[in-house]
Design a protein around this ligand. Structure first.
Ligand code: BG6
Length: 300
């Protein structure tokens, strides 16, 4: 069942309305994913849901640049951190499949946040089509980026997902071992050696070119809580702001919230992707809970 409100769309399984996904039209931000009544995502209690600021939580969408572009020669150099997809009002295109149930949103220059889009040098023409599919035990988000214009453009894409966890200190994430990692806090690149990463302080790392068959797993006290399976999305940002950084974010509440969230952000951010006129690119991720622990990396 689908309910369209002025500001959001609520999708519920016909077979079980306690399994649902809610998408804010602003940013096409998924702000809730419930599995049998249990919320899977974290949203700050101070998050702005009125379109005045990107949502602090859920699944904000990052396009056409991840972070701030440092290279002056890039067309996204003047854009703010994480671009304009997360602070533009998307168009709701409706339901496209019924079993499982898919809803679709779109963004193009005509409706993008003008103030921010205008900072993209050359003002490229683009079409984003975003599909959100809700199944019994799975949420799939798929983005298509298309170039309907007459010149190429470069972009990053990222699903900036905030997962809800009971206690971050009980959590490890696996299958990142051996992957190239840029540590944003140390400003250093190295190969991850930890058999599983754990969280005891601020964490901000970009793992690059992770083989597609590797499923990232959020493991709580030896049990898989969530699986993150990627298609066309080679990179993953893993982020927890911890105490000091979250203190500095006005929209991060409660201040103890860092204990209850973990961002695992699948994307294409290690380098820019160039899209030629007429070309289309697709990236997709599946989230599904539970199952076996998969050991897909060498353990040192
Ligand atoms: C993460 C980055 O993806 O997003 C972090 O790796 C950043 O460095 C975080 O702090 C949140 O960004 P923002 O713009 O939503 O505060």
């Amino acid at each position: 069942m689908i309910e369209e409100h002025q500001d959001k769309v609520i999708v519920q399984l016909d077979s079980d309305p306690t399994t649902s996904v809610t998408i804010l039209k602003y940013g096409a931000t998924v702000i809730s994913w419930k599995l049998k009544g249990e919320e899977q995502l974290w949203v700050s209690t101070a998050a702005k849901l009125d379109g005045s600021k990107p949502v602090r939580g859920g699944i904000p969408l990052v396009f056409p640049n991840f972070g701030k572009t440092k290279d002056e020669s890039k067309a996204t150099y003047d854009l703010p951190q994480h671009g304009f997809a997360r602070n533009s009002e998307w168009e709701f295109l409706g339901q496209t499949t019924s079993n499982p149930i898919t809803v679709q949103f779109a963004l193009s220059p005509e409706i993008a946040n003008k103030e921010v889009y205008d900072l993209w040098k050359g003002k490229p023409d683009f079409t984003l089509i975003y599909n959100i599919t809700l199944a019994d035990e799975k949420l799939t988000t798929t983005i298509e980026v298309e170039n309907p214009g007459d010149k190429p453009f470069e972009f990053n894409w990222l699903f900036h997902t905030y997962f809800r966890v009971d206690d971050i200190t009980d959590i490890v994430v696996n299958n990142l071992t051996d992957e190239e990692c840029y540590d944003q806090l140390l400003a250093t690149t190295y190969r991850e050696k930890a058999p599983m990463v754990n969280f005891i302080e601020e964490f901000d790392r970009i793992y690059k070119k992770i083989p597609e068959e590797k499923v990232l797993q959020i493991i709580k006290l030896g049990h898989v809580q969530q699986n993150i399976k990627r298609s066309g999305l080679p990179d993953a940002v893993v982020w927890n702001p911890w105490i000091n950084k979250s203190k500095g974010m006005g929209d991060f509440e409660p201040k103890s919230g860092y204990l209850n969230m973990l961002c695992i952000e699948a994307g294409l951010v290690g380098e820019f992707k160039t899209l030629s006129p007429g070309e289309k690119w697709t990236g997709s991720q599946d989230f599904y809970p539970k199952g076996e622990i998969l050991v897909q990396s060498n353990i040192y």
